[in-house]
Write a new protein. Structure first.
Length: 330
């Protein structure tokens, strides 16, 4: 079905007609969103499930290419029903007495234009309770997902306006997912892998650091981020890298030279921090039996040239040597 409504008006409200291009018969209707209504027509008619049998039979007979949705007039939502009724009479599209002229109709409208019945709150509550506890099967979920994927999705190729983005942002601001919701989201993503094309697209959108360009976190925000990822809250808490992963990381980082500015930042961030005794013991054990290469030794010598240890550091070094000697004797 052809969609002959100007692009700038497709999200407006107004009166439209579905016209049969072969015999000129019409169906007059009203909507608050031309694009969404057009999509609904196309979907239901293609599935042979549209409630208006006159239009559905004609669609099946003449084919989708011989039907078009055309704009008649844009108007306020309050005037939709009044104008729909007016244009149904003007084009003689009613297929019911007393509106059709001499019993002959030029359209597919089977009922008078009027507002759909409004459900009372009690009825809405009953309808809500009747669906409580119901869950879609995996097969149903897959079907629903497939029918809305890619070009089938009614938002395919569309982009939100800046105003729309702002409204969505304001509506979502301050919302927090429950622990159960987060857990369900986490489970649903287990084993999920993005395609190479998808990864490339994500990479392209991040080029130039568009999201955080020129933005710096305040000290308060940094502290909050640090505390949120500390200890058991860290995503890698209690996890251990496999030997294969370690080798991959090692290869990826080999040959990389850290800029002096980054080194300086790391030194500043470590100032005043001390390893616990338990951590020190673990580090000693992990390095037992290791021997440094001549190249590494040379780098260490060069790095320590012109460095002078403080009196406090010298004292600590003497104490550690004494402990080492005593442990050997015992």
């Amino acid at each position: 079905m052809k969609f002959n409504i100007p692009k700038e008006l497709k999200y407006k409200s107004g009166i439209y007609s579905i016209i049969n291009l072969v015999n000129g018969k019409r169906l007059i209707g009203s909507t608050n969103n031309f694009r969404r209504r057009g999509y609904n027509y196309q979907t239901m008619l293609d599935k042979n499930k549209y409630s208006n049998t006159y239009l559905q039979n004609a669609y099946n007979k003449y084919g989708r290419d011989n039907f078009a949705m055309e704009l008649i007039i844009c108007c306020n939502i309050e005037d939709l029903l009044k104008l729909e009724h007016y244009y149904c009479i003007l084009y003689n599209t009613y297929n019911l007495a007393p509106y059709n002229v001499n019993g002959i109709s030029n359209g597919y409208n089977l009922k008078e234009a009027k507002r759909n019945p409004r459900y009372s709150q009690a009825t809405k509550d009953k309808m809500g309770k009747s669906h409580l506890g119901k869950k879609h099967t995996e097969e149903s979920k897959n079907k629903m997902s497939e029918c809305k994927r890619g070009a089938k999705n009614y938002n395919f190729g569309q982009h939100h306006t800046e105003e729309r983005k702002r409204k969505i942002g304001e509506a979502m601001r301050g919302r927090k997912c429950s622990k159960e919701a987060r857990l369900n989201m986490s489970k649903s993503r287990i084993g999920m892998r993005f395609s190479k094309e998808h990864c490339d697209n994500i990479g392209k959108t991040k080029i130039g650091n568009k999201n955080m360009l020129g933005h710096k976190h305040s000290e308060e925000t940094r502290k909050k981020l640090s505390e949120a990822n500390m200890g058991k809250n860290h995503p890698n808490y209690g996890k251990h890298l496999s030997e294969e992963t370690r080798l991959k990381i090692k290869k990826a980082n080999s040959g990389k030279i850290m800029p002096e500015e980054t080194k300086q930042k790391i030194r500043k961030s470590k100032l005043g921090s001390h390893h616990t005794e338990e951590t020190r013991i673990k580090m000693r054990k992990s390095h037992l039996g290791e021997t440094k290469s001549e190249e590494t030794k040379q780098r260490l010598r060069e790095a320590n040239l012109e460095k002078k240890a403080t009196i406090e550091t010298r004292q600590k070094m003497r104490e550690s040597r004494l402990r080492y000697v005593n442990s050997k004797k015992s």
